[in-house]
Write a protein that binds this ligand. Structure first.
Ligand SMILES: *[C@@H]1O[C@H](CO)[C@@H](O)[C@H](O)[C@H]1NC(C)=O
Ligand SMILES: *[C@@H]1O[C@H](CO)[C@@H](O)[C@H](O)[C@H]1NC(C)=O
Ligand SMILES: *[C@@H]1O[C@H](CO)[C@@H](O)[C@H](O)[C@H]1NC(C)=O
Ligand SMILES: *[C@@H]1O[C@H](CO)[C@@H](O)[C@H](O)[C@H]1NC(C)=O
Ligand SMILES: *[C@@H]1O[C@H](CO)[C@@H](O)[C@H](O)[C@H]1NC(C)=O
Ligand SMILES: *[C@@H]1O[C@H](CO)[C@@H](O)[C@H](O)[C@H]1NC(C)=O
Ligand SMILES: *[C@@H]1O[C@H](CO)[C@@H](O)[C@H](O)[C@H]1NC(C)=O
Ligand SMILES: *[C@@H]1O[C@H](CO)[C@@H](O)[C@H](O)[C@H]1NC(C)=O
Ligand SMILES: *[C@@H]1O[C@H](CO)[C@@H](O)[C@H](O)[C@H]1NC(C)=O
Ligand SMILES: *[C@@H]1O[C@H](CO)[C@@H](O)[C@H](O)[C@H]1NC(C)=O
Length: 340
């Protein structure tokens, strides 16, 4: 509370007829509690108290925008509930010193709106082992933009921050932050995160960051997992065979199988051939938008069964007086050898 001497000081300078000289900031008889409010737009009303150090005055009141509260004369403090539904609201507490002079104190108000974050990834180019990407985070409906910081993280490590230098706009705006990166094949999948945060500065609140994650990897044409592009496979006639062809590529390759010129209408890594009869040459092609690779598989089918053994045996042993029962016995006892 101000002393009588202080009070007379104020009375003395009234006559100077200038609010600033009557109520210089260091001698302003008004105290606001809290002195500033940082609140989300349109959420909760906030109560503000204004106290004057003047024991006698002609009225204490608030102005909120162009509206004036009731005027209190007997008390040294007044309360006002303010709801932040105007982006550019001016809130003042005023004290009338006499009919023509008053002191005024502004409440510092920051009305904010936490943004939405929308991300997008654009593949710019593939150059050899590297893929260039343009990552974008759109910060939608944020206010006031001067307090926004956008941070980019690469696999949890902060690599870039950005802020916006528009200090006058109080209403929500949209901003974008763009990161250009080159991803190599060795890096595999790289995770990028952009975080938008309202940070009102030292000793003031920081809102939780809102983030979006982008995962990117280098694109490349299909390559075979095994070195050789040709293979031989042996099978017995009449058996079921599965040929396989494993390739890597990004995006994942699509497969196509052609056997002896015929499209097998199979689009996966393996081809089933039931009851094979006769040698075949199959080509498997793995394709993505960057290229293709072909693997050729020669399937050698060995004749089998009693008839073929018998015929070949008869040719071999023509001059021996073959006993059919003996031959059959041999087939059965040697079957392991024959069938391998
Ligand atoms: C305002 O004044 C009321 C009553 O005197 C008190 O209960 C309240 O805590 C005060 N609020 C602030 C923010 O100072
Ligand atoms: C105060 O301003 C608002 C617009 O901001 C207007 O609609 C309203 O009529 C004004 N009130 C007075 C009392 O001037
Ligand atoms: C905000 O309020 C100030 C003071 O009342 C005024 O000068 C300014 O034009 C207003 N700005 C907008 C965008 O309404
Ligand atoms: C009120 O203000 C007027 C200026 O308009 C000043 O002449 C007068 O001295 C003031 N009254 C008191 C009681 O201080
Ligand atoms: C604010 O940003 C604009 C465009 O980004 C730039 O032209 C201007 O110089 C910047 N102002 C300050 C004060 O940094
Ligand atoms: C910001 O973007 C949103 C959604 O795209 C749109 O509805 C809004 O009007 C934009 N705001 C401004 C200030 O451009
Ligand atoms: C990415 O690679 C291209 C071509 O090699 C180069 O021009 C560009 O500066 C690189 N960008 C970054 C962010 O390293
Ligand atoms: C593979 O073919 C099946 C039908 O035969 C189809 O449903 C599927 O989408 C194809 N897959 C690819 C990657 O083309
Ligand atoms: C495979 O790539 C070659 C060029 O390298 C192209 O001529 C051919 O048409 C491609 N084949 C398929 C099936 O995409
Ligand atoms: C099948 O392949 C095998 C091994 O290469 C060969 O000995 C045989 O003559 C071929 N059979 C036919 C019918 O071409």
């Amino acid at each position: 509370m101000l002393s009588v001497r202080m009070l007379s000081f104020f009375i003395l300078i009234f006559s100077l007829c200038d609010a600033d000289s009557i109520c210089p900031p260091e001698h302003n008889p008004l105290t606001l509690s809290p002195p500033e409010i940082i609140e989300e737009y349109g959420v909760n009303p906030v109560t503000v108290n204004c106290t004057t150090a003047l024991a006698e005055h002609k009225g204490l009141y608030f102005t909120v925008g162009n509206e004036t509260s009731r005027i209190i004369e007997e008390q040294m403090s007044i309360s006002q509930s303010v709801s932040l539904s105007d982006w550019n609201v001016t809130i003042k507490c005023k004290v009338k010193l006499n009919e023509s002079h008053e002191c005024s104190k502004d409440l510092q108000v920051i009305t904010f709106k936490n943004p939405e974050v929308v991300h997008s990834v654009q593949l710019v180019n593939v150059i050899g082992e590297e893929t260039q990407y343009r990552l974008q985070c759109d910060i939608i409906n944020v206010a006031p933009v001067q307090y926004v910081t956008v941070s980019w993280y690469k696999n949890s490590e902060k690599i870039q921050t950005e802020s916006f230098n528009d200090t006058t706009t109080k209403t929500p705006v949209n901003e974008s932050s763009i990161l250009r990166v080159n991803i190599s094949r060795e890096e595999n999948v790289v995770e990028f995160r952009c975080e938008a945060q309202l940070d009102f500065g030292p000793h003031r609140p920081k809102l939780p960051a809102i983030s979006k994650t982008h995962r990117v990897s280098a694109h490349y044409a299909p390559e075979l997992k095994t070195q050789n592009s040709a293979d031989d496979t042996y099978a017995l006639e009449g058996t079921d065979i599965i040929l396989s062809c494993e390739a890597v590529g990004n995006p994942l390759p699509v497969y196509n199988w052609i056997c002896d010129g015929k499209n097998m209408l199979e689009n996966t890594t393996s081809l089933s051939l039931p009851r094979v009869n006769g040698n075949k040459t199959c080509a498997c092609t793995a394709t993505n938008y960057l290229g293709n690779i072909t693997k050729t598989i020669h399937l050698h089918v060995e004749p089998t069964g009693i008839y073929s053994y018998f015929t070949s045996k008869i040719v071999d042993d023509l001059d021996e007086t073959a006993d059919l029962c003996l031959i059959l016995h041999q087939i059965i006892s040697n079957s392991e050898y024959i069938f391998l």
